[in-house]
Design a protein around this ligand. Structure first.
Ligand SMILES: NC(=O)c1ccc[n+]([C@@H]2O[C@H](COP(=O)([O-])OP(=O)(O)OC[C@H]3O[C@@H](n4cnc5c(N)ncnc54)[C@H](O)[C@@H]3O)[C@@H](O)[C@H]2O)c1
Length: 324
């Protein structure tokens, strides 16, 4: 297939683009590099450096070739920041997504795969299924839910086939590919920066949550398993017009457990600073991924947080400055 990958210079988009190329697909990456890295775009992919808000470039990009699918990764991803500057997220994650979907439909692209998020759900004591109550606690989660719902209108009205993959926390590394957000807000790379001596402290935001050790609990999914879910969803959209799946490991770890595991894996002391809760964080988000396992035969290969952190640690030691 010929695939248009928005955000393919970022962490998850570039790893997926590489896997698509390996599977024999043709890939065009469309990325402004606002947070991504030119060096992360895999060899063999066409690259267009442009912003989704540039409607002229977007129209040219989507109409000069015939694409079989759009895989849409481009977005701002910091949930905490979305509670300080909602407009930034509403414009990029919602308005720009609608421009992309609209243009894809006009260009008669039949399939669309959206990077959605666990942040569309309310916090829950139980593992979250796709039927769990929706209720974003931050603007970031709201934008993703709004794009999912918009896609359903394009499905009903224009016959677009779409998949919304609700990722939990993507993490870990693949050979030559690791997590290097700018700025880095994700827990595992932040903690490993401390292990590498690049930061003084790991921060814990909130120690009074209703969890066993008082810190937030999250589900961590290895990047390789996330990528394999995309390839399965892309194929399945040939027959199915609407797919919504949680992509997580099904196991929750608290912030403190992640920090302790990173200290054990790296053999380094990790100094911690305890801070107030951040607005928009919920106590617990853990996936039940039974649906994609049952329906598409998805089988995650990495289920231990030690292995995931070890893969990240190996990458960060080898690339202390990320892709720079
Ligand atoms: N990382 C996670 O744990 C996680 C969890 C759930 C959902 N997601 C979603 O997965 C997707 C990818 O996340 P990531 O971790 O790879 O983030 P990332 O920041 O590494 O990648 C995002 C990419 O999109 C590009 N981009 C952003 N806005 C753009 C625009 N307007 N025009 C063109 N390019 C633009 C950036 O330059 C970057 O290369 C995002 O949509 C995110 O919301 C990520």
């Amino acid at each position: 297939m010929n695939i248009f990958v928005s955000g393919g210079a970022g962490y998850i988009g570039s790893a997926t683009a590489e896997a698509l190329l390996k599977a024999g697909h043709t890939v065009t990456v469309y990325d402004s590099l606002v947070t991504g890295h030119r060096q992360a775009v895999p060899e063999g992919a066409n690259f267009i450096q442009a912003d989704l808000s540039d409607s002229h470039m977007l129209a040219v990009a989507l109409t000069t070739e015939k694409y079989d699918a759009v895989m849409h990764f481009a977005a701002f991803i910091e949930a905490g920041e979305s509670m300080k500057d909602p407009g930034k997220f509403l414009r990029n994650n919602l308005v720009n997504s609608i421009s992309l979907i609209d243009m894809a439909v006009k260009a008669r692209v039949p399939r669309f795969v959206l990077s959605s998020t666990a942040a569309v759900y309310q916090s829950s004591e139980e593992p979250l299924t796709e039927e769990s109550p929706l209720g974003p606690t931050n603007t970031y989660g709201f934008t993703k839910l709004a794009v999912e719902q918009s896609l359903d209108w394009y499905r009903q009205i224009n016959g677009l086939h779409f998949a919304a993959l609700r990722y939990f926390n993507a993490c870990g590394a693949l050979p030559g590919r690791g997590e290097a957000h700018r700025p880095e807000s994700h827990l595992i790379p932040r903690v490993l920066q401390v292990a590498l001596g690049q930061a003084e402290y790991a921060y814990i935001f909130g120690t009074d949550y209703p969890t066993p050790d008082g810190t937030c609990i999250r589900d961590y999914i290895h990047i390789g398993d996330l990528v394999s879910a995309h390839l399965l969803a892309l194929e399945a959209l040939g027959e199915r017009d609407k797919l919504t799946y949680n992509i997580g490991s099904g196991t929750g770890y608290s912030v403190r457990e992640v920090i302790d595991t990173a200290a054990a894996v790296s053999g380094e002391e990790i100094l911690v600073k305890e801070m107030e809760r951040r607005p928009g964080d919920s106590a617990r988000l853990v996936a039940s991924s039974g649906k994609i396992r049952r329906e598409l035969g998805w089988k995650p290969q990495h289920d231990s947080i030690q292995d995931i952190i070890a893969s990240a640690w190996a990458w960060h030691k080898e690339h202390p400055r990320g892709y720079e």
